[in-house]
Design a binder for this molecule. Structure first.
Ligand code: DPX
Ligand code: MG
Length: 560
């Protein structure tokens, strides 16, 4: 007798069809049958997380490297913990398929009080909460409608590059279901509106033609294009200078002759501030101009000089155009744009030099950053946590092919440990390096145990500066100082009887160099290098930026 094909099998097959090789999960009694169905169908490997927040961040990191991700958690106690990570996926434009087990359909509206819930009897509230951080929210109601609902959630997530929610009642996961057809209907981009696209290209070409000094500014949502090639093609067509925003570090090859650094107002690198602020035409590709990116609302290209190409809208010279995606706009503009080379010809990429110190001297922030920079190669993904790690990553010089992942819109500390694990699952052939501060690490530290369990060789630089230094620089108080841990010593606990993680200390440059060579040799698990530096030792860009952001935060209320 052939086995019944189920709702859970359908979901599983679809996840495989959209290119996932893994899904991330924490078990709970509302999702156990669903987890069985996913295992049984087997298109994607089931990977476990220590908790649902970490599970969400792992999925978010995986989506960055793989284009999409899926996670499966249990009702309420699991899902509510995961919402922070789903907020991250929304803010950072990552299509994470957020799958929650749900109550038995017979309990919906029956007045039954269920465990793991807030003790009321309307079970729609989880989906209501999640609705704000997802682009599609589907509670499966019957096996008959399940395929359409699953497909709608996945299709919407992939098109909009946002997370989508699917709630699978525990008694539907193994219910008989039809099989999926071809996946092309879920993957196909909407056809661009040609009239609107042509008009946008005409306006963009006029914009470029009528400006003397044109430059490109690459924003973080360019990541959703899945490749740097379209932006490189556009830059080469126009022949102009290219700068990236801080959240888009690595989204243009730094060894390209047109590259002119990171534009971040007064804390820009490589002379990028001059390039952007002297340009009379800035082509902004999917930027996010938030308070952090604009250095407390101080630095942003002048609106009259800006061509703003967002994911689904282009605004230029007072007109806006919709009906096509950024990818279509860049591709079309790359065939028509006029040449404007002044910004390349009149500027140079100013080198960023990170000063070192003597090998036996106490380790400094500069020496640490210098050595980490030396470790990066064309197959490295560097994940940098919120904190001074941002500023250290931003000032590094990247070889072509190296990638940096930051979470500058959401900025939730603890993100980077599970997220780097996610990128490592997705791309095992790359070298995965993580920079994380002591304060951030304390939120999600236990996920290093999964790196041990699955033998994932992430090289973790744990920066022990005894506190929330970025906060100390923005607004100091007793709340910025944390309990010290033996971070390197944790690895022994996580290894338990069978792990291959390595925990090392670096208190001098020489110790760090030695630790890095041991880390490179350890392929059977993570290596955590605890870098001890002084609390007051941080990048000067952090201090300058922190003061401006603090001033913006401290503006008094308007009196009307
Ligand atoms: C907080 C931040 O140690 O890095 O380089 O020492 O600053 P630095 P650490 O990891 O400390 C991080 C700390 C407390 N931000 O300085 S950035 C507030 C915050 C946040 N996310 C969440 N809670 C609080 N960003 C979840
Ligand atoms: Mg710290």
């Amino acid at each position: 007798m052939t086995k019944t094909y189920t709702v859970g099998n359908y979901l599983s097959e679809r996840l495989g069809q959209i290119g996932l090789k893994h899904h991330f999960a924490v078990a709970g009694d509302f999702n156990l049958v669903l987890l069985d169905q996913l295992l049984e169908e087997g298109s994607t490997k089931q990977i476990y997380s220590c908790n649902e927040l970490n599970c969400g961040y792992t999925a978010e990191g995986y989506a960055r490297a793989n284009g999409a991700a899926a996670m499966v958690i249990t009702f309420n106690v699991g899902a509510l913990s995961a919402i922070n990570a789903i907020g991250s996926a929304y803010a950072e434009s990552q299509p994470v398929i957020f799958i929650s087990g749900g109550p038995n359909t017979n309990d919906q509206g029956a007045g039954h009080i269920l465990h793991h819930t807030i003790g009321t009897t309307d079970y729609g509230y989880q989906a209501e909460m999640v609705r704000h951080v997802t682009c599609a929210t589907e509670i499966l109601r019957s096996a008959e409608n399940a395929p359409a609902q699953i497909d709608n959630a996945i299709r919407t997530a992939l098109r909009l590059r946002k997370p989508a929610y699917i709630e699978v009642p525990c008694n539907l996961a193994a219910a008989p279901c039809t099989r999926p057809g071809p996946v092309s209907g879920l993957l196909a981009e909407t056809t661009p509106d040609k009239v609107s696209l042509d008009a946008a290209i005409k306006a963009a070409c006029t914009f470029i033609e009528t400006r003397k000094n044109v430059a490109i500014l690459v924003g973080s949502r360019v990541r959703t294009l899945g490749s740097l090639e379209p932006v490189v093609a556009l830059a080469e067509r126009i022949g102009c200078a290219v700068t990236v925003m801080a959240g888009a570090k690595s989204f243009f090859p730094e060894n390209h002759p047109s590259f002119r650094g990171v534009y971040w107002g007064e804390v820009s690198t490589n002379g990028a501030q001059d390039v952007i602020e002297k340009a009379d035409g800035v082509i902004c590709l999917a930027p996010i101009f938030n308070d952090y990116a604009t250095v407390g609302w101080q630095s942003q290209p002048d609106a009259k000089n800006m061509l703003l190409a967002d994911l689904n809208e282009v605004t230029v010279d007072g007109q806006s155009f919709t009906g096509f995606h950024l990818g279509a706009f860049i591709a079309a503009l790359s065939e028509k744009a006029p040449r404007r080379t002044a910004s390349v010809e009149s500027t140079k990429l100013l080198p960023e030099v990170i000063p070192g110190s003597a090998p036996e001297a106490p380790l400094t922030n500069d020496e640490m950053a210098r050595q980490i920079n030396g470790l990066l190669d064309s197959k490295t993904t560097l994940t940098a946590e919120t904190g001074d790690s941002w500023f250290n990553a931003i000032r590094m010089t990247l070889p072509g092919g190296a990638r940096v992942e930051t979470e500058m819109q959401w900025g939730s500390i603890g993100w980077s440990v599970p997220a780097s694990l996610g990128t490592a699952y997705a791309e095992p052939d790359r070298q995965h390096v993580l920079m994380v501060g002591d304060g951030s690490f304390q939120l999600t530290a236990q996920e290093v145990a999964q790196m041990v369990r699955y033998e994932i060789p992430v090289i973790i630089f744990l920066i022990n500066n005894r506190g929330y230094v970025i906060e100390i620089k923005i607004h100091d108080g007793p709340y910025n100082y944390i309990k010290n841990w033996d971070y390197a010593g944790l690895i022994k606990a996580f290894n338990a009887e069978d792990g291959h993680g390595l925990g090392l200390h670096a208190r001098t440059g020489a110790e760090l160099a030695d630790a890095i060579s041991k880390a490179k040799a350890n392929k059977k698990g993570p290596t955590l290098i605890e870098c001890s530096i002084a609390t007051e030792d941080c990048t000067d860009t952090l201090v300058r930026w922190g003061k401006k952001v603090a001033a913006a935060n401290g503006r008094p209320p308007h009196v009307s």
